[in-house]
Design a protein around this ligand. Structure first.
Ligand code: HEC
Ligand code: HEC
Length: 428
């Protein structure tokens, strides 16, 4: 009988393996793993099809040294490629190590394939004995390694379960906030949301740099209980839309939810504008057309949530001051007021740091009509009005590039905001 050609072999094998690849593909899609994982698994399956269809070589026994000398360099190169590709695809370091470890397991496997055949066992007993010792050795190795890894502590988990449910009555501010942080952490919110520097992934918005604390309690509650209703800007893609779990209204008690919201309300940054979008495609409110549009409504006194606030009454609807002494936002060369002890000297308005805008608008200018608006109105709307005010000297359509997204503040910097008293009381 004629041997089938390599090509016939390959077609036959591919056809046999295709259904398997398809099933794996569907499973991967089912678990919503990244598309790269589907390609990876399908690739591995098709690689097997390819290897199995290679013409069979005549078996020759080679020495262990030769065997190793031929295969080790290949595996080393392969491990290098796997390492780099895994890093490029954004796998965490432990996954990279695991992938590379697997390629070495493969090496052992392929070494055994080509090593000398063992002599037939003399008796049934010795073969059973060898089998058992191999099994014992492998299990021992496995147990020894896993014993070194961080352990699941049942006592700790039981304590968590036994803990009485959070009761808000009788708790003061800081305790409620701490309890809310605990709720955030135990409900795995950190798996998708960073809070400034802390957290595990960027699947959802960084609730610290986004400054979720600027939003009303009702808005935050709604976003947790009905996450499909309003999508976070920059998270409109299909996967992000479905990512946030919808079961929190069943999982969280009333008190837990209130504590969680109390914690989230503290997430603000008095030194820079809020940041939107999915890392790394992010932008700040300075360059957000929608925010600037909303800021115009606030600036002109038309926002129902800031009833009574009207920047235009003094600063002018077109930026032409209506009140003598009110800052002219059209002039980029303006300097900071000399009426405040913490005057910023020598910096033009076009270069003012976000923190100066925020400080002046929330605390006002002593002894002038520029009142501490931050004691009366929600800061969410004040930041928006500031973004709009800046367009008088820096029109949105004349900008050639966006302002850089500020670096994520460190733990020490965040603590310093508290000790330096950068937050107002009450924090609106
Ligand atoms: C599996 C990932 C995942 C988990 C877990 C998760 N979220 Fe989200 N969350 C997202 C994504 C993605 C978005 C953005 C898309 C959207 O708005 O639904 C989001 C949006 C939000 C928003 C709205 C942000 C905005 O721009 O207004 C809030 C608030 C929020 N999550 C809070 C939480 C809290 C609190 C928890 C834990 C109780 C949690 N999330 C758990 C993925 C997650
Ligand atoms: C009742 C009048 C009035 C209203 C309303 C008002 N301002 Fe002012 N604002 C002033 C005056 C007057 C000054 C100048 C203070 C001084 O002498 O330096 C000023 C100064 C400023 C400055 C410059 C502070 C500095 O560092 O020199 C900013 C920024 C500013 N206003 C923003 C706003 C914004 C934004 C709003 C609306 C949320 C607003 N103002 C509402 C009167 C007003």
């Amino acid at each position: 009988m004629q041997q089938p050609s390599f090509f016939q072999n390959l077609t036959g094998m591919t056809l046999k393996f295709l259904p398997l690849a398809a099933v794996i593909w569907v499973i991967v899609a089912w678990f919503e793993l990244p598309r790269s994982a589907s390609w990876g698994f399908a690739g591995v399956v098709m690689m097997y099809a390819f290897l199995l269809s290679l013409p069979q070589r005549k078996k020759t026994e080679i020495s262990f040294g030769k065997n190793l000398g031929f295969k080790l360099p290949i595996v080393l190169i392969l491990a290098g490629i796997i390492w780099v590709v895994a890093e490029k695809l954004g796998f965490p370091i432990w996954w990279q190590i695991e992938f590379v470890a697997f390629s070495f397991v493969g090496l052992v496997y392929f070494l055994i394939l080509d090593s000398k055949a063992l002599k037939p066992e003399k008796s049934k007993l010795t073969s059973t004995f060898r089998l058992l010792t191999t099994y014992a050795l492998a299990s021992g190795l496995f147990i020894t390694i896993t014993a070194q890894l961080p352990q699941f502590d049942p006592q700790h988990e039981i304590e968590k379960l036994d803990r009485p449910p959070i009761k808000l009555s009788g708790l003061a501010g800081p305790e409620v906030i701490a309890a809310g942080r605990e709720v955030f952490s135990s409900n795995k919110c950190f798996n998708c949301h960073k809070v400034f520097w802390e957290g595990n992934s960027d699947r959802g918005p960084n609730l610290g740099t986004k400054q979720i604390g600027l939003y009303s309690e009702d808005y935050i509650k709604e976003q947790i209980l009905e996450p499909r209703k309003i999508q976070s800007p920059g998270y409109e893609d299909k996967k992000s839309k479905k990512a946030m779990p919808t079961y929190y209204d069943e999982d969280l008690s009333e008190d837990e939810l209130n504590a969680l919201v109390a914690y989230l309300k503290t997430l603000r940054n008095p030194t820079v504008m809020p940041v939107e979008g999915k890392f790394p495609n992010q932008w700040t409110w300075w360059d957000d057309p929608k925010i600037i549009e909303e800021g115009k409504v606030v600036f002109e006194g038309l926002e129902p949530n800031t009833d009574g606030l009207n920047c235009a009454v003094c600063h002018g609807k077109d930026g032409i001051p209506m009140m003598t002494g009110a800052l002219d936002f059209r002039n980029a060369e303006n300097m900071d007021t000399d009426k405040m002890p913490d005057q910023l000297v020598g910096v033009k308005m076009e270069d003012w740091p976000d923190s100066l805008w925020y400080k002046r608008v929330t605390r006002g200018v002593d002894g002038t009509a520029m009142a501490p608006w931050g004691l009366m109105f929600q800061h969410l709307y004040l930041w928006k009005a500031e973004a709009y005010a800046r367009t008088f000297h820096d029109p949105l359509d004349a900008r050639t590039e966006k302002r850089p997204v500020p670096p994520i503040p460190t733990k020490e910097e965040i603590e310093k905001w508290q000790t330096d008293g950068l937050f107002l009381d009450p924090l609106l």
